[in-house]
Write a protein that binds this ligand. Structure first.
Ligand code: ATP
Ligand code: MG
Length: 415
């Protein structure tokens, strides 16, 4: 038997429906916040991520699905959604002043060669949000409250906290990194990856899944921030708290991607200690990728991790539409009429069904029961000859006698 690739999923029956329902809720919330959707390719030039995400990040250094096409060009299946959005912003000149602030979102698969485990796949899906041309305290707060609104829309409230931090940049970053290096030299036994990180990008060590705890007591980046930025983070914290979010400042929070500047945040599932939403501001990326200098920020939601929580907490997102009518045709002539009636009804937006394998009343009723339809209609040659159709509502069981051309308006509740 041929099996699916490791770290991927098949979705069917209810799980596929729940999946789509979550996406639709996301679209609904983003529409309320006045964001428009962007759709970009699933593969991109490898260089986009090497330059955008940074070659010392785990994503670029070991997790990309890479391939060369027939002309030897180097591509990757996209390992994240921000760099592609910025690429599209620049390539399509979406940054022109009349478009700013530009607020957009995407939904789609992301590919990373990781060790699969609960909530960690090799193909997973992100619901992502990006904004261009905004950099202010109010925007930071609105962005985080957008993530919160989406979770509330899904009724996910339990066990989630928001952690925020502020990454310093420029001269302050250099000073901090010097101090961090000094501290790290004073501790022993850091992992092989961290030894490389020490040389190439020391901040990465704070995000190491093995050794990050060893630097917890080291210098705090926040102490290197300007007074303005310190105040901005504290005020973000205060206002989010006032709005009722469970929020905390985590001075060791850094993100796994190099492009972040300033605010960073994660919504964490405290039961599994996994991030379900992660993001922040990345004010240099547009310029670094060849566009103008405009501030930017955003976040990505892991759809599989949302699905895990919904399953755990037994939250149903799909609003299932009942079948209005299930037809049991008892002859060839009745089957022909059933097809005609179903087509007419479906054109009027009625959900209606039959089962062409029905052989007799008994298995007809079995099928109807399984379909959990609101109404049942048995059609035999007699009903056709007399133009008399007896519709039985499952709940009351009290049949309603109708002529053929009354059936649809009856089902639509027009009579
Ligand atoms: P983690 O620390 O869990 O590896 P990350 O820092 O790599 O996450 P981001 O690159 O910021 O995550 O991606 C944003 C979100 O996408 C994460 O918060 C998570 O919900 C989800 N995500 C990341 N990697 C995976 C994966 N391999 N499988 C499923 N979801 C993922
Ligand atoms: Mg990761």
């Amino acid at each position: 038997m041929i099996q699916k690739p490791r770290g991927t999923q098949d979705l069917f029956l209810n799980s596929a429906a729940e999946w789509n329902a979550v996406e639709e809720k996301f679209r609904k919330v983003l529409n309320l916040f006045n964001y428009g959707e962007i759709i970009t390719p699933m593969f991109e030039s490898k260089e986009l991520f090497v330059r955008g995400v940074g070659d010392t990040s785990d994503i670029v250094s070991k997790e990309m699905y890479e391939f060369t096409d027939k002309k030897g060009r180097e591509f990757v299946l996209r390992p994240e959604g921000t760099a592609p959005t910025v690429r599209a912003l620049i390539e399509n000149k979406l940054y022109i002043p009349e478009n700013l602030p530009y607020k957009t979102f995407y939904i789609g698969p992301i590919f990373r060669y990781e060790r699969p485990q609960a909530g960690r796949y090799r193909q997973f899906n992100q619901l992502g949000v990006e904004t261009f041309g905004l950099d202010s305290l109010n925007h930071d707060i609105e962005l985080i409250s957008l993530g919160d609104s989406f979770l509330k829309e899904l009724n996910i409230e339990k066990d989630i906290i928001v952690q925020i931090n502020y990454l310093v940049t420029g001269e302050e970053r250099k000073k901090y990194e010097e101090q961090l290096k000094k501290y790290i030299l004073s501790i022993k036994n850091i992992c092989d990856d961290c030894q490389k990180r020490f040389k190439k990008n020391v901040l990465r060590i704070l995000d190491c899944k093995i050794d990050s705890s060893k630097v917890k007591n080291g210098p705090k980046m926040f102490e290197f921030a300007t007074e303005n930025n310190k105040e901005r983070l504290n005020e973000t914290f205060r206002q989010l708290k006032e709005m009722g979010l469970k929020v905390e400042i985590d001075f060791n929070l850094v993100r796994g991607l190099d492009y972040y500047t300033g605010l960073v945040f994660e919504f964490k599932n405290i039961k599994t200690n996994q991030a379900i939403i992660a993001g922040g501001s990345y004010n240099n990326l547009v310029e670094e990728l060849g566009g103008p200098s405009i501030p930017a920020s955003g976040f990505a939601i892991g759809l599989e991790r949302i699905m895990l929580i919904l399953n755990e907490q037994k939250i149903k997102v799909v609003e299932e539409k009942e079948i209005e009518l299930f037809i049991i045709p008892l002859s060839e002539q009745a089957q022909k009429l059933t097809n005609k009636l179903m087509l007419e009804a479906r054109r009027k937006n009625l959900k209606i069904d039959t089962n062409w394998n029905i052989k007799n009343l008994k298995n007809g009723f079995k099928s109807a029961e399984k379909a959990k339809a609101k109404n049942i209609l048995v059609i035999g040659d007699n009903s056709i000859a007399n133009n008399q159709y007896s519709i039985k509502p499952q709940l009351t069981g009290e049949p309603v006698e109708l002529k053929y051309n009354q059936i649809i308006s009856y089902l639509k509740g027009e009579k």
